[in-house]
Design a protein around this ligand. Structure first.
Ligand code: KG4
Ligand code: ZN
Length: 341
């Protein structure tokens, strides 16, 4: 049995979670605090790195105290401290990582540097006792990745985006449409009353045999449509048509990955996986192909510290720890993670 305190500060959410668990049993999230900086960055139309790191450092202490109080756990009861060590914004990563190392040092406990992508990848399994072999689709603001997962720690990249991430495309198209940042949830809202067949946008690379993605052509097609229609465009129709194009590509490629690897389970995580239309389309396609679909619960799709605590718990239980002198890695690839156990 171990109790973990984890910090996530890779971008614009400051988050702290406390998790308790033991090998082979369902882990329990005892406390999970998230302080979003979205309002702060909204007036700039995107994340401003210096603003983000200053606010991480201002908010962290209060969040640690609140998470401990909610969990009913004393600092002295924490067995290991963890923080996201990459990928992400360097100045933001440094704040969370330094805070977790400081606490680990003061209490003479192990520290674990966790890959943010491993956190997303494991988040659909937070309420399970094991991580079975599956195909993982991580769709966030910074990443669009397909991986073959043997189990916790065993990851092989199958494909990824060659240009924009899916969430980045949502955010950029949202900006073009004059919607507030971040564009993803705004486009989803606008799309509800729109016609997804109103505009025939490209489904880039959908029928290519490989498992890579490209969303920049789609983004440009939206821009050309906006320029051509000069203010006559329906935001609802355009949002629905854009969203439909992204969904068809994500669903098509995830199912292709399952066929190519022979896996019978697909797990989907990351901020974009919060999109209800995407969840429904993935559910329908998996149902038709007899593939089990595992989704992160809505509270754990966008950046949070519970997913980092879960990855840290699995690694801690298998005896792993990171050196206190370990650096942050703004471009850390998932393939660099060693196998758990
Ligand atoms: O996982 P996340 O919180 O941060 C990264 O690691 O990047 O993902 C944030 C991304 C943003 O691009 C945001 O627009 C997108 O997730 N997103 C959505 C929705 N909610 C958040 N995209 C589409 N539909 C949504 N409902
Ligand atoms: Zn993320």
């Amino acid at each position: 049995m171990a109790t973990i305190l984890a910090i996530e500060s890779s971008c614009d959410e400051t988050a702290v979670a406390i998790m308790r668990g033991e090998a082979g049993a369902r882990a329990e999230v005892l406390g999970s605090e998230i302080s979003s900086q979205i309002e702060l960055h909204r007036e700039h139309g995107g994340v401003v790195p210096e603003l983000a790191s200053r606010n991480h450092s201002l908010r962290l202490r209060g969040l640690v105290e609140k998470a401990l109080a909610d969990a009913g756990v004393k600092m002295a009861e924490i067995d290991a401290f963890a923080a996201t060590s990459g990928p992400g914004l360097a100045s933001s990563l440094l704040i969370g990582s330094t805070a977790a190392k400081g606490m680990a040092c003061a209490l003479d406990r192990p520290f674990l540097g966790i890959n943010h992508l491993e956190g997303h990848l494991l988040s659909p399994f937070l309420d399970r006792t094991s991580v079975p072999a599956h195909v993982s689709l991580i769709v966030s603001g910074g990443h669009t990745l397909l991986l073959d997962v043997e189990g916790a720690g065993g990851y092989r990249k199958l494909g990824g985006t060659r240009d924009d991430a899916a969430g980045e495309a949502f955010d950029k198209v949202g900006k073009m449409l004059g919607l507030p940042y971040p564009g993803g949830p705004e486009i989803e809202k606008a799309a509800v009353s729109g016609n997804p067949a109103a505009y025939d946008f490209p489904r880039s690379m959908l029928h290519d045999g490989h498992l890579d993605f490209s969303f920049s052509g789609l983004k440009t097609a939206v821009l050309y449509t906006l320029q051509r229609e000069q203010g006559k465009v329906s935001v609802a129709d355009l949002s629905a048509s854009f969203q439909q194009a992204v969904i068809e590509v994500l669903v098509g490629k995830a199912l292709r990955a399952a066929r190519q690897t022979g896996r019978r389970m697909i797990a989907m995580s990351g901020g974009v996986s919060l999109n209800m239309a995407l969840r429904a389309a993935m559910r329908e396609a998996c149902g038709k192909s007899g593939i089990e679909l595992v989704l992160s619960s809505p509270g754990f799709c966008t950046d949070n510290a519970a997913m980092i605590a879960f990855a840290a718990l699995l690694r801690h239980l298998s005896g792993e720890r990171s050196p206190l002198g370990e650096d942050i890695h703004p471009n850390l690839p998932l393939a660099r993670m060693p196998a758990v156990g």
